[in-house]
Design a protein around this ligand. Structure first.
Ligand code: NAD
Length: 262
């Protein structure tokens, strides 16, 4: 029997769907036949890549809500509109986030608060809003949180982003203790993935191309990861094949963490 993942009867709530890893997640869920309710900071007219990915990969009419995940009212509106449209949520793919790199000494109170709101609290608030619907999902609900390799090891200057991403490992464990078995909660921790976030990081160096080449050479895989490669993990973890995975965050870093020093 072929090993296939068919999510045609699932509704996936996906944050940060307009760009980078979120687009890769959208593409792979659409390929698996899922219905996707995407959100992002951008207005719909700037979410055209998401719209065309959904349309071309699944043939479905795209559903998109402009929402800022740091705003509780936006989160409630996003979930409410999704339920009004589809009547159910089976999977929460909690992906939205951004780099807040300030350094421990220079970090302002505003940066600290923004970072904790965006990269930590928003995941919990959205999970709490989705819980009644995930509890009611016929095959059990699934939450997949996008953490980061910075949850395991980091670089000077990436404070306070790395603090919030580390705390997401605890969020995944804590929700598992309290909400399983009705809801399965897992995390992914991507390494360097080729998106505009890393583009911006490389552009902080005097010679971005040289810094990129130096970085890629440090990976046993000799390259950065792609959004689709992370999207594939989301689809697998949402599927029945992963039904014994819970409370764990999976590091997907092209072997980088296996290197002793770099
Ligand atoms: N790129 C990497 O190497 C990498 C590695 C590890 C983890 N991550 C994580 O992956 C996630 C996506 O990163 P990316 O590289 O694809 O970034 P990206 O900038 O390409 O995309 C970010 C997405 O999140 C959305 N977003 C940002 N702030 C938001 C807010 N306040 N409310 C709603 N939506 C918001 C944007 O609209 C966009 O859709 C982030 O959580 C990031 O921390 C990225």
């Amino acid at each position: 029997m072929p090993f296939t993942i068919d999510l045609t009867d699932k509704v996936v709530l996906l944050t940060g769907a307009t760009s980078g890893i979120g687009l890769g997640i959208a593409r792979q869920f659409a390929r698996a036949g899922a219905t996707i309710a995407g959100c992002g900071l951008e207005p719909p007219e700037q979410a055209s890549e998401f719209m065309s990915v959904v349309q071309s990969e699944s043939g479905q009419k795209p559903f998109y809500v402009q929402a800022d995940v740091t705003q509780p009212d936006d989160l409630a509106r996003y979930v409410g509109q999704t339920i009004a449209q589809f009547g159910r949520i089976d999977v929460l793919a909690s992906n939205a986030g951004t780099n807040v790199f300030a350094g421990a000494e220079a970090c302002s109170d505003e940066e600290w608060t923004l970072n904790l709101n965006l990269n930590l609290a928003s995941h919990w608030r959205l999970a709490r809003l989705c819980k009644p619907y995930l509890d009611a999902a016929p095959d059990g609900g699934v939450i997949i949180v996008n953490a980061s390799c910075h949850a395991y090891s980091s670089i000077p200057g990436c404070f306070p982003y790395n603090i919030a991403k580390t705390a997401l490992l605890g969020l995944v464990r804590s929700l598992t203790l309290e909400w399983s078995p009705q809801i399965r909660i897992v995390g992914v921790a991507p390494g360097f993935i080729d998106t505009r976030l890393n583009e911006a990081w490389f552009n902080t160096f005097p010679n971005p191309a040289a810094e990129r080449a130096r970085t890629e050479a440090q990976f046993p895989m000799k390259r950065l990861g792609t959004p689709d490669e992370i999207g594939g993990w989301f689809v697998f973890l949402a599927s029945d094949y992963a039904r014994f995975s819970a409370g764990q965050t999976y590091l997907i870093d092209g072997g980088r963490s296996a290197v002793m020093m770099g």
